[in-house]
Design a protein around this ligand. Structure first.
Ligand SMILES: Cc1cc2nc3c(=O)[nH]c(=O)nc-3n(C[C@H](O)[C@H](O)[C@H](O)COP(=O)(O)OP(=O)(O)OC[C@H]3O[C@@H](n4cnc5c(N)ncnc54)[C@H](O)[C@@H]3O)c2cc1C
Length: 400
């Protein structure tokens, strides 16, 4: 465990540490520094600032050469919302199954929530051999601390060699905390996973340098090898009705559910159209729209064909549409059947998020726009003329 303490015989109460602490965790009491451990995150800034070597910080790190052989099996964190397993989990189970088969180990699902045990069977039907379930009222809504604490305990007890999680808002927040606590590496936003035949290490591939290269990352000295995986990049595991597996229900002491944050309310985003990541059709708008008001053209086209509304970062940065609609490297990765890009130039950071769509239709007045390099169909023209015509026609056709 990590520990920090003030060596009282050396502390002069000079306040250098108070000024250095970014978390306002240190005060001076009776001319000695006192650290509030509920605020301290053990960053070590105070240790560096102290001229009297009066602060001792011990960090326990996983020793290089940790017995890697003690770690076995592939784990998939099965994200759920209001009791419904999210489709990213099915994608991870599909990929996890392949990895587990290559390593000849078990595939295990991890399921946390309230009134959730019934969902374990579905995880087994998607390829898991075992499902670890923690079903408690306190886990009804996601909170970083309880969820992290439980995963840390489970990892310490069962020692998986690979731990996969969706690169969703929840997954990104959760597993980064877990990785820090168990002193292992985490490769975020993977788009490809494989096993190195010689070493058995997980090969974690993800775009780097703005998507210009694909980097393959390994975690050879630490376990588990943790990765978040982008939504819609891997194929969902098929359902195998009647497939059998083990469900392991775990219970923990109530103190594990303690949280410094409190959920006050959950507000669903008011969406006129369907969810972006799940959509079969997406109509996206970019800077070519010129202003926020013109997004109504995109919404009307999307509604006319039952699609969702996406956007380029330029449109989001201009405050024309909320960030949740952003497609691309720093937004969502989507893989619809049809992607219609209107007034989007097609910079690499946007393409990363949508280029695996089945059919791409680009509308741009610049015939040299890079979006046409990935487009299945290109319409060179003014979107203010083309989009309303398409909407009109779709409305007529879809009515029939
Ligand atoms: C680290 C990093 C991460 C990034 N992440 C993302 C990301 O996640 N998603 C993303 O989208 N971008 C991202 N970007 C930004 C990206 O580089 C581009 O700046 C952005 O995608 C450009 O958006 P755009 O195509 O809407 O705008 P522009 O590049 O300005 O293109 C506008 C296009 O509209 C066309 N146009 C203009 N008027 C009309 C008209 N009337 N009719 C038809 N066409 C018209 C123009 O010909 C032009 O091609 C990122 C950048 C960086 C550095």
């Amino acid at each position: 465990m990590e520990r920090i303490r003030i060596l009282k015989d050396k502390c002069t109460g000079c306040k250098l540490c108070v000024r250095a602490c970014p978390f306002a965790a240190i005060t001076i009491q009776d001319r000695k520094a006192v650290i509030d451990l509920t605020k301290c995150n053990l960053c070590g800034a105070c240790v560096e600032a102290c001229k009297f070597s009066a602060i001792e910080l011990k960090k326990e790190t996983a020793a290089k050469g940790t017995d890697l052989g003690l770690y076995k099996n592939v784990w998939v964190f099965c994200e759920q919302k209001k009791g419904k397993i999210q489709s990213i989990s099915w994608e991870l189970l599909g990929e996890g199954r392949k990895l587990a088969d290559k390593l000849k180990v078990k595939l295990c699902g991890i399921l946390l929530g309230s009134n959730i045990s019934g969902a374990a069977a579905g995880i087994i039907e998607r390829g898991a051999d075992e499902v670890y379930v923690v079903d408690e009222k306190e886990l009804e809504n996601y909170l970083d601390e309880p969820y992290t604490n439980i995963l840390v305990e489970l990892v310490r007890e069962y020692r998986p060699e690979i731990f996969l999680c969706g690169a969703t808002t929840l997954g990104r927040s959760l597993v980064s905390r877990v990785a820090v606590k168990i002193y292992t590496g985490l490769t975020a936003d993977c788009t490809g996973l494989d096993i190195d035949k010689e070493t058995g290490n997980l090969l974690q591939t993800r775009p780097a340098f703005g998507g210009n290269i694909m980097a393959t990352i390994i975690t050879p000295n630490y376990r588990p090898q943790m990765a978040t995986v982008r939504h819609k990049v891997m194929k969902e595991a098929a359902v195998q009705k009647g497939r059998k597996g083990a469900v392991i229900a775990k219970r923990f002491d109530k103190k594990i559910y303690a949280s410094r944050t409190r959920l006050i309310n959950m507000v669903d985003e008011l969406e006129q159209t369907v969810n972006l990541c799940e959509a079969d059709i997406i109509v996206s708008g970019g800077r070519g729209l010129g202003c926020a008001d013109n997004f109504k053209l995109i919404r009307e086209l999307a509604i006319s064909i039952g699609g969702a509304v996406g956007a380029s970062r330029a449109a989001v940065d201009s405050d024309w549409i909320p960030y949740s609609h952003q497609v691309g490297q720093t937004g969502k990765t989507v893989c619809p059947k049809i992607y219609i890009a209107c007034g989007i130039s097609g910079q690499i950071q946007h393409l990363i998020g949508m280029q695996s769509s089945d059919v791409i239709i680009a509308i741009n007045r610049d015939p040299d726009a890079p979006i046409f390099n990935v487009a299945t169909y290109g319409i060179v023209g003014d979107l203010f003329q083309v989009v309303p015509l398409l909407t009109k026609r779709f409305k007529e056709v879809c009515k029939k």
